[in-house]
Write a protein that binds this ligand. Structure first.
Ligand code: KG4
Ligand code: ZN
Length: 348
């Protein structure tokens, strides 16, 4: 009997122990999660320091770093969880979106392990994983809710109707918000990764530079970050050409305010228009302290329930892949050994 024949009718265990593997960018991550919401371990080995001198992730370097780190990450996750490999019910792996060479390391590893243990392999979308991080934050969270997705590759306001059905209310028409953070950071001479460094600098600055408010205040839920990014770049270059000083702290603070306020505003608009009174958020930019404070304050003011994943579950991690993997496991959505990696996957 083939591997898939053996696993396809696996009896579903509501308390399943799932090993999740994530290797879409520069973090090699492994996590063990029980019943979809209880994180037993979460290991992240990052190759970020190897990319600093290049100003961004170099795919080839990331792939090789995954190759050397993946066994270590999985062994550590299994040992931290206090289990053995034979306790696993399934293996979840990110198959997309991300860097192909990087994804293939996780996909190949997960396939081999699932095959050798004779347990199901669950293909997980990285984007859905970011949204499912909220299930870890609140064990009682149930759809429907409005979610802000804000990462390096995506920016959207999503209506989560049930565990499997999403409605994208609006999304970025050009750059993602995280991408804008990274590009502005580069212009300011800050090291990769740009987001956390902008946040640090912004704490010492003021929101006193006039920047486009993008689509803020306008109807609808779409975003545009390329205009904001260009305005910041032009501001810096114009002042430099005139020999005027650039107060980087103020640029960082003004940019951060413009970039984040619109996200918060659109999420609350969605609450108002749909009548859904719960907001969640996911993606690396949700680790941003200003976003967290502003969203918390606005939700409090409007009497809206807010579920925010801890920072470590906002940036790339494998626990969120386990949380989403569990939902797919309940549906019996298993992959065969020909599972391939995909550079992009649709938001839905
Ligand atoms: O979700 P993520 O880790 O990877 C993707 O799926 O893209 O998001 C990475 C993005 C990067 O653009 C990074 O600069 C941004 O999230 N980011 C932040 C912060 N931490 C990470 N942006 C603003 N403030 C932060 N503290
Ligand atoms: Zn991500």
């Amino acid at each position: 009997m083939s591997y898939f024949e053996k696993v396809k009718n696996t009896e579903i265990n509501p308390n399943a122990i799932i090993l999740a593997v994530e290797s879409s960018c520069d973090e090699t991550a492994a996590s063990v999660i029980k019943g979809g919401r209880e994180v037993l371990s979460s290991v992240i080995l990052s190759s970020a320091t190897e990319h600093i001198k290049f100003g961004g992730v170099v795919p080839e370097i990331a792939s090789r770093a995954h190759t050397t780190a993946i066994s270590k990450a999985v062994e550590q996750a299994i040992s931290d969880a206090g289990i053995t490999l034979t306790d696993l019910d399934a293996i979840a792996v990110t198959y997309g979106a991300g860097l192909l060479g990087a994804l293939l390391v996780g996909v190949s590893y997960a396939k081999a392990l699932a095959f050798s243990l004779n347990i199901p392999l669950i293909p997980v979308s990285h984007i859905r994983g970011h949204l499912s991080a909220s299930y870890i934050a609140d064990k009682n969270l149930k759809p429907p809710f409005i979610s802000i997705l804000a990462s390096g590759g995506h920016t959207a306001i999503i209506k989560v109707d049930d565990y499997y059905t999403y409605d994208i209310l609006g999304q970025t028409l050009d750059d993602a918000v995280g991408e804008a953070f990274d590009k502005v950071a580069r212009v300011l001479g800050l090291e990769y990764p740009g987001g956390p460094n902008i946040e640090k600098l912004a704490k010492q600055g003021s929101n006193n530079i006039e920047l486009p408010k993008m689509l803020k205040g306008k109807k609808g839920y779409d975003f545009s970050y390329s205009g904001l990014k260009t305005a910041v770049i032009n501001y810096v270059h114009n002042r430099e050409q005139k020999g005027e000083s650039v107060i980087k702290e103020d640029v960082a603070c003004s940019f951060q305010t413009s970039a984040i306020d619109v996200l918060v505003e659109k999420a609350l608009l969605a609450v108002k228009e749909t009548g859904i009174n719960t907001v969640t958020a996911g993606g690396g930019v949700v680790a941003n302290g200003y976003l967290r404070e502003k969203l918390t304050a606005e939700c409090e003011k409007a009497g809206v329930k807010l579920v925010l994943p801890e920072r470590k579950y906002c940036t790339d991690n494998a626990s969120m892949i386990g949380a989403e993997g569990y939902l797919q496991y309940l549906k019996g959505n298993f992959a065969n050994l020909d599972l391939n990696a995909k550079a992009s996957v649709s938001l839905k």
